[in-house]
Ligand binder design. Structure first.
Ligand SMILES: *[C@@H]1O[C@H](CO)[C@@H](O)[C@H](O)[C@H]1NC(C)=O
Length: 579
């Protein structure tokens, strides 16, 4: 372990490139870039309180990453495990995206991985609330970025939108992409264009794209549905619900339909083999069986040798011959009246659609309210979440360039580092000198198991996301993602049937197998002895049970007494205190 760490440090030094902040001035006056190089010291840790206690006890530090590939590079690090963290930055001038594109980009590196924690950023609404301590209720416009806990893993994209009645509603991207939770620098980019289109990019690659006004993409949608089901419409009493009816033209069983014809019959074309010996018995008493010495004919009955299959019959058939069974061509089974489509059926009843009285059109969904600041407000179980290179601006190309010159450089160096590590590890396994270090089969098995578990977890994640979406909006999910749903259903079905199958077989073995075993190997006397022994054991158990029950009730009584005496004591001391 020490060796690995020291080689890692060596490699770091070997790979480290001096950090220089992004130099080019930003194109727009209200654009913002934060590289934690000391030029914006105004980040403010939240000391918000709730019920007289500090809500955000997690510590923030500006420091280099633990495995730093750029010498002198620093980021903002959420330091505390299992704690709420909040920190914000108030922009010098509010950021206005009206009629312009908005690009929000930042870098994450979950240095200890991300098992349960948020890594998202909020664009805070401009307003007097920004001068108060940042907290969960501070108004925001956009929430964007990774969030993972157990089976939930997503890159949030939420717009908090003002409705015509003045209240706000969170519009959630319905099927967000999965977050990257490895300890590697990762770049998250959100683009909201003035034409209402949006993109979520991870490391420069588009992970999700669409239009804010697409009703299927956001929950709830930015614009409510134009039409809704008429709540006053009622189903007519004479509505026909049956899609099919029994065929009136075939009310009775046809005369030639024989319900009693058997499923199988003896093959009429079969012929008895010439060498089949009907007189030879198929079973004979075991010639090797011997009467046990302690067998008592009077008590145990007449001794009979066990029968075994006649070895003679292996050469040719023995015993009474019967033709083999075949499917009966005349088999018809029970007759039922056939069904035909109901001519009166008009389909399932649904209320008529009427114009939605609450309809409104948010045609400029991309126009956010002025943004006064940025902040992280997170709960995390994992510590050392590293954030860097935050950009809020209007130009995709500018964000790309910054990403290419910062996060991308780091990621490439980090990948090179990982590659070296893996190479080292591989060499160790292959080299003959370190024979004893080659993984044992248990280690290999546990690796496979780990991989399997990882795979299973990923699958369960996906299925869980699907279920969440399904519950959220069953109709769209069922129409758009039918295949996905079928796969989950099939896999879970398979797992259940395998598990139940195994349990059933084991139970069967336990119940049947035991009895058979006992019968096959025991003589009458042994069985009788066993029965007597069982009875005795039962009796002993009963006595023991009664004893423990008695002891328990005694104990309980004692405890009750103790409690009574202590409460008497306490009330006495209280009285004496008061006195
Ligand atoms: C950033 O890098 C990508 C991939 O190398 C490239 O396609 C893109 O043009 C670059 N963007 C800018 C603005 O340099």
């Amino acid at each position: 372990m020490k060796l690995a760490l020291s080689t890692l440090t060596l490699l770091c030094v070997a790979l480290a490139v001096p950090f220089t902040p992004y130099q080019t001035p930003l194109a727009d006056a209200d654009a913002f870039l934060e590289q934690f190089d000391g030029s914006n010291p105004e980040w403010k840790e939240s000391h918000a309180q709730r019920d007289g206690e500090f809500s955000y006890v997690g510590r923030w530090l500006v420091e280099p990453a633990e495995v730093s590939v750029l010498e002198g590079d620093k980021g903002l690090v959420a330091k505390s495990p299992a704690a709420h963290h909040a920190i914000s930055y108030k922009l010098k001038t509010p950021f206005i995206n009206k009629g312009k594109d908005l690009v929000l980009q930042y870098e994450t590196k979950f240095q200890k991985g991300l098992n349960c924690g948020g890594g998202y950023i909020k664009l805070l609404s401009a307003g007097p609330e920004l001068d108060e301590d940042f907290n969960n209720d501070t108004p925001y416009q956009v929430m964007f970025g990774p969030d993972k806990c157990g089976s939930t893993n997503k890159v949030h994209f939420i717009v908090k939108r003002k409705l015509p009645d003045g209240t706000y509603e969170e519009k959630h991207l319905r099927t967000p992409p999965m977050a990257k939770v490895l300890d590697l620098s990762t770049l998250y980019t959100l683009v909201i264009r003035k034409d209402n289109s949006f993109e979520v990019r991870i490391n420069g690659e588009v992970a999700k794209a669409g239009n804010l006004l697409d009703e299927l993409l956001f929950s709830p949608s930015f614009n409510p549905p134009k039409e809704i089901e008429d709540p006053d419409d009622v189903k007519p009493e004479d509505w026909v619900d049956e899609a099919e009816i029994p065929d009136p033209e075939q009310p009775e069983k046809p005369a030639d339909w024989d319900e009693d014809a058997p499923l199988k019959i003896r093959d009429p074309s079969a012929v008895k083999p010439a060498d089949w010996d009907e007189d030879m018995p198929a079973y004979i008493p075991d010639p090797d069986a011997e009467k046990p010495e302690d067998w008592d004919d009077e008590e145990d009955g007449e001794w009979i040798a066990v029968e075994i299959p006649n070895p003679e019959c292996e050469k040719h058939g023995c015993g009474p011959w019967e033709a083999p069974l075949i499917d009966n061509p005349d088999y018809k089974g029970k007759w039922t009246q056939p069904y035909i489509p109901n001519p009166d059926y008009k389909g399932p009843w649904a209320p008529r659609m009427i114009p939605n009285p609450d309809y409104y059109e948010d045609i400029n969904a991309s126009d956010l309210e002025p943004i006064g600041g940025l902040g992280f407000e997170l709960w995390t179980m994992d510590k050392d979440l590293y954030f860097d290179n935050i950009y809020l601006g209007h130009l995709v190309e500018e964000a790309e360039k910054i990403g290419n010159e910062t996060t991308k450089v780091k990621l490439e160096l980090e990948l090179k580092l990982k590659e070296e590590e893996y190479k080292k590890a591989d060499l160790k396994v292959d080299s003959p000198i370190t024979d004893e270090e080659s993984p044992s089969w248990t280690e290999q098995a546990s690796e496979y198991l780990e991989f399997g578990l990882m795979f299973a977890e990923a699958f369960i994640n996906q299925a869980n996301n699907f279920m969440v979406d399904l519950l959220d909006d069953p109709i769209t999910v069922l129409t758009d993602r039918k295949k996905e749903g079928l796969v989950y259903a099939a896999v879970f079905g398979l797992i259940f049937s395998v598990v139940f199958g195994v349990v059933a077989v084991v139970l069967l073995k336990l119940t049947l197998g035991l009895d058979e075993g006992v019968n096959a190997t025991m003589t009458g006397k042994e069985m009788r002895e066993k029965r007597e022994k069982d009875e005795l054991e039962k009796l002993e158990k009963l006595v023991k049970k009664q004893q423990t029950e008695k002891q328990q009730s005694e104990k309980l009584e004692k405890i009750e007494e103790d409690v009574k005496s202590t409460s008497v004591k306490t009330s006495k001391t209280e009285v004496s205190k008061r006195g």
